[in-house]
Design a protein around this ligand. Structure first.
Ligand code: UGC
Ligand code: NI
Length: 169
């Protein structure tokens, strides 16, 4: 395999649309002034899709340790029964590595986005992604994904170390 470095793309709703939603105070969001004008609601930003096979929304915090760059991708995973959202609770950037939700991972279709301060992502159900890639310092993430009955596997994984896919800073 020839080593390949993935370009790091800016995270925009349009570019990320094949993989899910960008969770942010987006310019294209439907907004409402609420709470007597003391807040603005950026409405309905992401599709939380966890109902397959009796699933329910699960709200968690991931305390993530930063990865060091350059980094070779190790694994790609997907959750066939539910979406998964990550919203940084710090002002730090993080990397989002994704591929389309085909049953078989397409190594050539893997893309890397950089989520900036104030941005989060919601992986649509079945979208391939690398496990959370936090940067710079330990940081917390709010995570919304699927809680389901035992015995319903919601995780497909592929070891991609031999694909020699790298992300640099
Ligand atoms: N293991 C776990 O819950 N996290 C992964 O699904 C991930 O995408 O980081
Ligand atoms: Ni995941």
């Amino acid at each position: 395999m020839t080593p390949r470095t993935l370009p790091i793309e800016p995270l925009t709703p349009e570019a990320f649309a094949p993989f899910g939603d960008v969770i942010a105070a987006r310019a294209d969001a439907k907004t409402f002034a609420i709470n007597q004008g003391f807040a603005t609601r950026f409405h309905d930003l992401a599709r939380v899709d966890v109902g397959e096979e009796g699933g329910a929304v699960c709200v968690s915090i991931f305390q993530a340790r930063p990865r060091s760059l350059p980094m070779r991708l190790s694994i790609m995973e997907r959750h066939p029964l539910g979406s998964q959202a990550f919203v940084a609770m710090s002002e730090l950037p993080f990397l989002v590595v994704v591929a389309p939700p085909d049953t078989v991972l397409d190594l050539g279709a893997i893309r890397c986005f950089r989520a900036g301060p104030g941005q989060g992502v919601n992986y649509a159900r079945g979208v391939w992604h690398h496990p959370l890639i936090a940067l710079e310092r330990p940081s917390d993430f709010l995570v919304l994904d699927r809680a389901g009955a035992a015995g319903h596997s919601n995780l497909d994984e592929v070891d991609v170390q031999n694909a020699l896919l790298w992300v640099w800073n």
